[in-house]
Design a protein around this ligand. Structure first.
Ligand SMILES: *Cc1c(COP(=O)(O)O)cnc(C)c1O
Length: 392
């Protein structure tokens, strides 16, 4: 099908909830994509931080195919091998104690919030259910995770929202302390606010929050849906912040493109959710777990080192453009935010796309780059050349 036919069918039959780009993607290889009209793009998006191994990765595709030909799905009333193999790699590598598998980021965060509230209920009884989250955060689009998201415009239309959230300014302990109270059970945060504009938290702030949580028996909940699974150059970003979460979520990049996510709990929290308290029909799906095993096997120390080096290469390449439209580059590993000035960030994204480079936006003035972790120097150079052409 050509683009115009696809767009017409979308408009006729699909709820119009997305502001889509005027492009229909057909196929890809590595970090390069082609649309239905045959136009080629360098991809600095990976979906939105999902396709960590790029497109048409043969090992990944074969693992999914092989598993589909064995058993594609069976209920969680039975054991299967792919998810236990994954758990046995993921949990020790993260320094955690146990994992629950679900399907998406919002769902993972919902489960994490449930765990925090039950931890507190089991130990202290009712009335200690409030979760403090940070302003400018993003935690998902369910009724509860919308409320957990610290941005007012996500708290519209869908009333009544789940109660029990308060918001603190990022990197500000005084603000956190003024949100504190006897009703608090947890603090929940992203270590680099992704949708909010690729804003890394300060390391000393994150450590101070962890210390306060430990003192007050609040759970430290870290949302690594975007930052996790190698994106920042370590398996999880908290490993570079010198803190250990009580519970951590992951999703986007974990299965390289299949819907998958979940949360891990430390020793203190591993028995909070017992039989019958949480579940998911599709969670731990064998095909998604087989795909995730390929992703996780790729995340060797050498590979993660390369992610950090590629991130530096891209950052320096963008800084070297000396573009008047760039106010600065933030981020870690291959999660970069380019501050845009003198042009709207969405306009810049559109111009880059017209020249064959796909990027994302975030916040109000940020170009967000989340390339496949396997992107080659040659592909980064092609992307930088397009940036130079558009932004010089
Ligand atoms: C994308 C994202 C989510 C939501 O994930 P979905 O899979 O879209 O539900 C939650 N938290 C963070 C930090 C994210 O980046």
């Amino acid at each position: 099908m050509h683009f115009m036919e696809i767009k017409a069918l979308d408009e006729q039959y699909v709820l119009q909830t997305y502001g889509r780009n005027p492009v229909a993607i057909d196929h890809g290889k590595g970090a390069t994509l082609w649309d239905t009209e045959g136009k080629e793009y360098v991809d600095f998006t990976s979906g939105i931080g999902v396709c960590s191994l790029g497109y048409a990765n043969e090992q990944w595709a074969k693992a999914i195919y092989d598993q589909a030909m064995k058993v594609g799905h069976i209920s969680n009333l039975f054991y299967t091998e792919p998810y236990v193999r994954l758990a046995a790699k993921l949990v020790p590598a993260a320094g955690m104690s146990g994992v629950f598998f679900g399907n998406s980021g919002a769902e993972a965060n919902e489960g994490m919030i449930k765990l925090a509230r039950k931890y507190s209920f089991d130990k202290y009884g009712q009335g200690r259910a409030t979760v403090i989250t940070l302003k400018n955060s993003f935690h998902g689009r369910t009724i509860t995770t919308l409320k957990a998201t610290g941005q007012d415009h996500f708290h519209e239309y869908f009333f009544p929202f789940t109660e029990g959230f308060r918001y603190a300014d990022a990197n500000d302990m005084d603000s956190l302390l003024s949100a504190a109270g006897d009703d608090v059970c947890a603090v929940m945060m992203e270590l680099i606010q992704g949708e909010g504009g690729v804003n890394p938290l300060q390391k000393d702030y994150v450590q101070a929050v962890a210390k306060l949580c430990a003192e007050r028996d609040w759970l430290l909940l870290i949302d690594e849906v975007q930052t996790g699974v190698g994106r920042t150059g370590s398996l999880f970003a908290y490993q570079q912040f010198g803190v250990e979460p009580d519970v951590v979520t992951f999703a986007k990049g974990i299965a390289g493109g299949l819907p998958f996510g979940g949360f891990m709990a430390n020793g203190k929290c591993r028995n909070v959710l017992g039989a019958g308290t949480h579940g998911s029909t599709f969670g731990g799906n064998p095909m998604a777990a087989a795909a995730a095993n390929v992703v996780l096997d790729t995340m060797t120390p050498a590979f993660l080192q390369e992610v950090r080096e590629k991130g530096e290469y891209l950052r320096r390449g963008i800084e070297a453009l000396g573009s008047p439209y760039v106010s600065g580059v933030r981020g870690m590993g291959l999660m970069l935010g380019v501050g845009v000035q003198g042009m709207k960030h969405t306009e810049l994204k559109d111009k880059l796309m017209a020249e064959g480079l796909l990027t994302l936006t975030a916040g109000s003035d940020t170009l967000r780059l989340l390339p496949p972790l396997v992107i080659s120097r040659e592909e980064m150079d092609r992307g930088l050349a397009i940036m130079k052409k558009v932004m010089a």
